[in-house]
Design a protein around this ligand. Structure first.
Ligand SMILES: Cc1cc2nc3c(=O)[nH]c(=O)nc-3n(C[C@H](O)[C@H](O)[C@H](O)COP(=O)(O)OP(=O)(O)OC[C@H]3O[C@@H](n4cnc5c(N)ncnc54)[C@H](O)[C@@H]3O)c2cc1C
Length: 335
């Protein structure tokens, strides 16, 4: 299936892709967004929608999901054409009505044609790390979770959280007011990687009986009739096995992410995970292909939302100037 030619196709609907959609729409370009997840908002919506973000200019403190909602409102106001659940796989160039256009093909076989591309694919299509337990996928939708998207899902539930990083500690603390207590926190090592203050707070709550911490421990078995009812946790230092009754097993072990087929397009990369760009224009090594946000790399790059917002403006303005054969000029949005 082939779609009509748009001026710009944006790969990835994280905060930076949405900002690029705003800038391109504001300049009256036709914009299409292709996103592999079934939702908008990238890492912010998928990984930390209920955490506060403090360093986005103009927002002293804002919930991740609220920030994403505002990015969506701003980014889609000019009517960008959005395609969710479509992972971009291939890039070719084809002739169309006398002009050469870029042709993206997704894993499901759809084709999207455009005059320029802005790649805002973050760390690439990402998936959560899993436990090496046979049949683990069968528990998905039956008490096994890889994200805490909405706290109310865990209200009144007995939770086992697995992980040693910030997400595991944050949610052990963040679910205290809604989940059944104690929350069990299982980590395979002795020491946590998370922020020291979070670990200290979890230890304090352990003394109050609100958290149960199992270090040097791993989940060995999941049991239940239809849905999760208990897990067996092994202390690998002592060999002791403990049964923990629970309704929810929340695995917060981080993500695998990979650029996937984008890395095979012949783009010059910056390290293994980023596409090299010229920061003055955000152009990649392929003509007509721009990149911004976490996926774009150059000397001194900082992967922050604010930095990505600036890069999105540069990429969109340069892409439009190139398509129209114009000089790049800043255009203010004020009316
Ligand atoms: C726990 C955590 C806390 C953070 N806190 C902060 C903070 O306080 N402040 C801050 O500035 N930054 C923070 N960050 C970093 C911030 O989230 C990222 O810098 C930001 O999300 C980058 O936005 P992006 O749009 O470039 O990429 P992403 O948000 O990663 O979005 C990329 C999108 O592209 C999609 N995609 C990837 N490959 C494909 C493909 N082949 N086809 C179609 N779609 C594809 C992905 O599914 C994803 O939705 C934090 C990150 C984490 C994990």
């Amino acid at each position: 299936m082939s779609e009509g030619v748009s001026d710009i196709t944006i790969i990835g609907a994280g905060p930076v892709g949405l900002a690029a959609a705003y800038y391109a729409g504001h300049r009256d370009a036709s914009v299409r967004i292709v996103e592999s997840l079934g939702q908008l908002g990238g890492q912010v919506a998928a990984v930390y929608p209920e955490k506060h973000v403090y360093d986005v200019a103009g927002h002293p403190k804002i919930l991740g999901q609220k920030l994403v909602d505002l990015c969506v409102e701003q980014g889609l106001q000019f009517g960008a054409d959005v395609h969710l659940d479509e992972e971009v796989a291939d890039l070719t160039r084809i002739g169309q009505n006398g002009e050469e256009v870029l042709c993206l093909t997704t894993k499901s076989g759809r084709r999207f044609l455009s005059r320029a591309l802005i790649v805002t694919a973050g760390h690439g299509a990402f998936e959560p790390r899993k436990l090496a337990l046979e049949g683990i996928d069968d528990w998905e939708g039956r008490g096994l979770h890889y994200f805490v998207r909405r706290k109310e899902v865990f209200a009144g539930k007995s939770c086992v959280i697995v992980g040693g990083g910030d997400s595991a500690l944050d949610w052990t603390l963040g679910l205290q007011d809604t989940a059944e207590l104690p929350i069990t926190l299982v980590h395979r090592r002795e020491r946590f990687r998370a922020l020291e203050t979070s670990v200290k707070e979890a230890r304090r709550l352990e003394e109050e009986g609100k958290v149960r911490i199992c270090v040097t421990s791993e989940v060995r078995e999941i049991r239940g009739d239809g849905a999760i009812e208990a897990v067996t946790v092994e202390n690998t230092a002592t060999g002791e096995l403990v049964d923990v009754e629970c309704d929810a097993l929340i695995l917060l072990l981080g993500f695998h992410s990979h650029l996937g087929s984008i890395a095979d397009w012949g783009l010059v990369l910056h390290g293994k995970r980023q596409i090299l760009v010229e920061p003055k224009t955000m152009e990649t090594s392929l003509p007509g292909v721009y990149a911004a946000g976490d996926v774009a790399g150059y000397e001194g790059k900082i992967t922050l939302i604010s930095v990505g917002f600036g890069e999105a403006a540069i990429a969109a303005n340069n892409a439009i100037a190139a398509i129209r054969g114009e000089k790049v000029q800043p255009k203010y949005s004020t009316d």
